[in-house]
Each structure stands twice: as structure tokens, then as C-alpha cells.
Design a protein around this ligand. Structure first.
Ligand code: SF4
Length: 290
């Protein structure tokens, strides 16, 4: 009964004006939030220009979709309904309230909802609305962010809409280094502010650094680890779970380069002072045969 009511709250918003600049929806991902089966919504738009960005097509552009259409697709994917079709369906068919209570009692396959991008906080209203919808579906909510919008992040956390933050740390938070890693100026100070906010508010937090051959280097990563240790000491209420080092690869259209090996990343992590959980991840080597 409770769930049915919360779904209907979302439905009442279907005539709303809000249009979301949508990048895409991945119905099931097990890599964005390890240990969970997540539905991931990618929002378009990002203020940064990281040279190896794998989602370049989401940095700019317009593909506005009415909120109720996206909401309908999310409910359909989570609970299962005919409106799971990718093409827009007539408004009257988008969510059937009679079916909703039945679906609400079924065990959903996905148990988490992740907003990614682009930079999702580029569209703060869409983030809040989508997270509210996910909460009404009893999904755990995760936000993948560059940390560029600390004020917007803080507001979402104050509204208790985010269960876990995945924050990218491109390199040490030194402005010149960060400028090189993001192709944009002024980001380092915002990222630091976002980190402080997450630790202060005690939201579950994973930080991620993608390691490319030219950056971040071992010493830069050691600086990142040191900063995280300082934050842990400064905010005892923090729930900083880990620093993830992930292997960076050439993006589509970029000249190929040899990724930093798993062993080299493990060696970098081995030089960090203890006190922080470090995970090292590399894509499996694929051997192509004709
Ligand atoms: S922050 Fe993410 S989406 Fe934005 S340019 Fe960098 S890698 Fe791409």
C-alpha cells in the first residue's frame, strides 16, 4: 500500500514541465556499483573536457525527453510492464495504476539506481526528481560525479536522496595538474569541496582514479591517498569506503596506447600509507584471433 502510494506521487508529476537532457538508459549494470544490480541513467552535459573521456558524445548536445516518459521507462524496467518499449507510448498507457500495486509487490530484479553522465549534477532538478522516483521504488541510489558542483551535491545529500557517491579524482588536487587532467580550469577547488561535503555528511563514498600512462603518476596518486587519509581523520563521521584505481584505455577515435599494467598500478598502491582501502582494477587482456 505504501509503495503504491509513492508511485502515484511520481505519476501526479507526469504533466510537469521538466525536460531531461538524456544521454541514455542502461537497464542493468553490475559494474557501476559493485555488488549491486543497477539501472543507470546517463544525463547529458559536462563542464569538463577530460582528454580521454569515454563519454565524449555526452559532454554536449540536446536530447530533451519529458520527465514522465523517463519515469515511465524506469518503472517499467524495474517492475516490468509493456511500457518498457523504447519508443514513447501514449500518455494514457505509460503507467497503469491498477497494475502498479501488483508490480510493486513483485521482487525487482535491479536493486539500485545510478545517475551518471556526462556530469549528472549539470541538471540538478532532474537529479532530484529521478532520485525521488528511485526512492519511491525502494532502490538504493548512487551518484557518479566529477565533484564539479559541490553546492548541488550538498543539496541532494541534505534531501537524503543519495545513498552512495562515486567521486572521480582525476589526479592530485593541484590546480595545474587538474587542469591538465580535465582540460578545464578551476575544477580542483570544487572537487575538494565536494569531498569535504561527502565526508562531513557521512554519505557512503567511493573515490575513483582512472590511471593513464601520462597521468596520474604514482606520486600524484600517493598525494590523493594522503589527502583522503587527512579527510578521514578530520571527519570521524565519514564513510569513505575506498580509493579505486582503474586502468584507463584509449577512447574511441583516439590513437591506441598501452594501458598501465595491473602490476604497475598495484606497485603504486603499495607505496600508499596504510589506513585506506585501495582496490585496483584492470580490464582483462583480450587476445583477438582471426
Ligand atoms: S568529467 Fe567525465 S563526462 Fe565529463 S569530460 Fe571528464 S570523463 Fe567526460
Amino acid at each position: 500500500m505504501r509503495e503504491c502510494r509513492s508511485i502515484s506521487i511520481c505519476l501526479r508529476e507526469r504533466d510537469d514541465w521538466l525536460k531531461v537532457n538524456l544521454g541514455g538508459i542502461v537497464p542493468l549494470s553490475t559494474v557501476d556499483w559493485l555488488g549491486r544490480a543497477a539501472l543507470v541513467v546517463f544525463l547529458r552535459g559536462c563542464p569538463l573536457r577530460c582528454p580521454h573521456c569515454h563519454n565524449q558524445r555526452l559532454q554536449t548536445g540536446e536530447s530533451r525527453v519529458a520527465f514522465h516518459v523517463i519515469a515511465s521507462r524506469i518503472v517499467a524496467q524495474v517492475k516490468g510492464t509493456r511500457s518498457a518499449a523504447r519508443t514513447p507510448v501514449p500518455l494514457s498507457m505509460q503507467i497503469d495504476l491498477d497494475d502498479a500495486s501488483q508490480r510493486a509487490s513483485s521482487k525487482p530484479f535491479v536493486d539500485a539506481f545510478v545517475l551518471s553522465g556526462g556530469e549528472p549534477l549539470h541538471q540538478p532538478d532532474a537529479c532530484a526528481r529521478l532520485f525521488r522516483l528511485a526512492k519511491s521504488l525502494h532502490l538504493a541510489t548512487g551518484l557518479e560525479t566529477s565533484g564539479y558542483y559541490p553546492d548541488r551535491l550538498e543539496r541532494l545529500l541534505e534531501m537524503n536522496l543519495v545513498d552512495k557517491v562515486f567521486l572521480d579524482l582525476k589526479t592530485a588536487l593541484v590546480e595545474t595538474d587538474y587542469e591538465r587532467a580535465t582540460g578545464s580550469s578551476g575544477a580542483a577547488v570544487f572537487v575538494r569541496e565536494s569531498l569535504d561535503i561527502c565526508c562531513k555528511q557521512g554519505v557512503a563514498l567511493d573515490t575513483r582514479s582512472t590511471v593513464f600512462p601520462e597521468m596520474p603518476s604514482g606520486p600524484q596518486l600517493a598525494e590523493v591517498a594522503e589527502m583522503l587519509l587527512e579527510l578521514k581523520a578530520k571527519y570521524p563521521e565519514n564513510r569513505l569506503e575506498s580509493l579505486i584505481l582503474q586502468q584507463g584505455h584509449a577512447r574511441e577515435g583516439e590513437p591506441w596506447f598501452e594501458p598501465v599494467s595491473l602490476e604497475a598500478m598495484q606497485e603504486m598502491a603499495g607505496a600508499f600509507r596504510t589506513g585506506i582501502k585501495v582496490q585496483v582494477r584492470a580490464a582483462p587482456k583480450i587476445k583477438w584471433t582471426n
